[in-house]
Design a protein around this ligand. Structure first.
Ligand SMILES: NC(=O)c1ccc[n+]([C@@H]2O[C@H](COP(=O)([O-])OP(=O)(O)OC[C@H]3O[C@@H](n4cnc5c(N)ncnc54)[C@H](O)[C@@H]3O)[C@@H](O)[C@H]2O)c1
Length: 399
């Protein structure tokens, strides 16, 4: 079996204080070798380095984080660095700000190369592959507002699918191996049974955004089946909320927030007059919709577990799917009451009519992620809601 991998030269790496810094490489060094002979990056580094700090250096591999300035990407960058990886960020800042990367640098003390480029622009994206060496990439670089996707479907199909297709093509061209993909529980639609497992059938998508997630999963499944050098893990996120405990990074919505928690925190901060809860007459215990709210730092750690699994050669299949949720369904009303209680703030809210397209209830069965991936959600909803409020206060300068 043949795979494409890279020939590593010790001088391609700047090693300072036992840390492998920039992962600079030239694509001319791409070379075909057999799988049997394939040496991992770790092994090659250990062979090619004369440093006495090999054990530390061997921990380092580089991960490309596409969309790393965004909400989940910035938290994942922190956790990758905490876990001993080097990170290169690429982002077009269409829904984020460079300050998020600067704050990740502050939190971690790491030098993080950040390239402003559009992953849909093949030539610009190729330059990132020419310049940096990494064997793993995470794809966060997508547009994510369900409502907007209904208004502007072609923008969603173009951005979400082209950026992923370009990533797959470049991974193949440069002999890079591992892709983690940001999928979503939207692929399950309105499930017939709770909680949902990875075997719960995907239902026809209810929005262009949801459709891009289903198609992207299919792209990855089919690409991995066809191209032996590739491996991929799709993480189906439930509802990410909260912010980093430092309050230096968090969700930064542009305009009116589309997600519940940023709307809650902005209402508490006095930026929004009143929070609308869409429907209290659903067939749920308190009549409001039920979701599985996952702390963003916990979610970030799931990406580290997925990268570790592929880097360490532990994948059972070359394409795998995991639910990333807590396994706990929390209603919208419960969440709003909990937010007020934990943060000792009063929220102005009203019950509004049901919103078209809202799923009534969904929560994860995270058993597969817990047992196979070795990842488990750890933070309590109280900690998470306190972190969300601390982040909003930090943003608005509220004491
Ligand atoms: N936040 C959620 O509730 C949620 C739930 C399920 C899945 N997801 C998925 O997770 C991923 C990250 O979500 P997020 O909440 O961090 O969103 P985000 O908008 O905060 O982050 C996405 C980042 O990608 C960048 N980007 C978008 N298109 C790009 C392109 N073509 N080239 C380069 N950069 C590009 C944006 O500027 C932004 O920094 C997305 O794929 C999203 O669909 C998010």
């Amino acid at each position: 079996m043949e795979v494409r991998t890279r020939k590593i030269k010790a001088e391609d790496y700047q090693i300072r204080g036992g840390r492998m810094k920039k992962c600079k490489k030239n694509r001319k060094n791409v070379k075909k070798i057999t799988l049997a002979n394939q040496l991992s990056l770790k092994k090659l580094l250990s062979l090619s380095s004369n440093s006495e700090n090999n054990s530390q250096i061997m921990k380092k591999e580089c991960v490309l984080v596409c969309g790393g300035a965004g909400y989940i990407g910035s938290h994942t960058t922190v956790e990758l660095i905490n876990a001993g990886y080097d990170v290169v960020v690429v982002d077009n800042f269409s829904n984020s700000d460079i300050s998020a990367v600067e704050n990740v640098r502050k939190i971690t003390g790491a030098e993080i190369p950040c390239i402003e480029a559009d992953c849909c622009d093949m030539e610009a994206f190729r330059k990132v592959f020419e310049k940096y060496d990494f064997n793993s990439a995470i794809h966060f670089a997508a547009s994510k507002a369900v409502g907007e996707s209904v208004q502007k479907p072609m923008m969603y199909y173009r951005n979400n699918l082209t950026s992923l297709m370009n990533l797959i093509d470049l991974m193949r061209e440069f002999g890079r191996q591992n892709i983690v993909f940001s999928s979503s529980c939207t692929v399950y639609g309105e499930p017939d049974k709770q909680p949902v497992t990875e075997l719960t059938p995907r239902k026809p998508a209810t929005s262009p955004y949801g459709n891009t997630k289903q198609i992207s999963e299919d792209f990855l499944r089919d690409s991995v089946a066809a191209y032996e050098g590739l491996k991929s893990i799709a993480l189906r996120y439930f509802n990410p909320i909260g912010a980093h405990p430092s309050a230096l990074i968090g969700e930064l919505p542009r305009g009116v927030p589309q997600n519940l928690v940023p709307y809650v925190t902005q209402t508490a901060a006095g930026i929004r007059e009143c929070l609308s809860i869409f429907g209290d007459d659903y067939n749920t215990p308190d009549g409001s919709c039920i979701r599985d709210y996952i702390d963003v730092t916990d979610l970030a750690k799931a990406h580290v577990a997925a990268i570790n699994r592929m880097v360490e050669g532990k994948s059972e299949e070359r394409y795998e799917v995991f639910n990333v949720g807590t396994g706990r369904g929390v209603s919208v009303l419960e969440l709003v009451n909990k937010f007020q209680e934990v943060n000792n703030v009063k929220l102005n809210y009203k019950i509004a009519p049901r919103r078209a397209g809202d799923i009534i209830a969904i929560w994860a069965d995270p058993t597969r992620a817990n047992t196979v991936l070795g990842w488990k959600a750890e933070r309590t909803i109280e900690e998470t809601l306190a972190s969300a409020w601390a982040w909003e206060k930090h943003l608005r300068g509220i004491k």
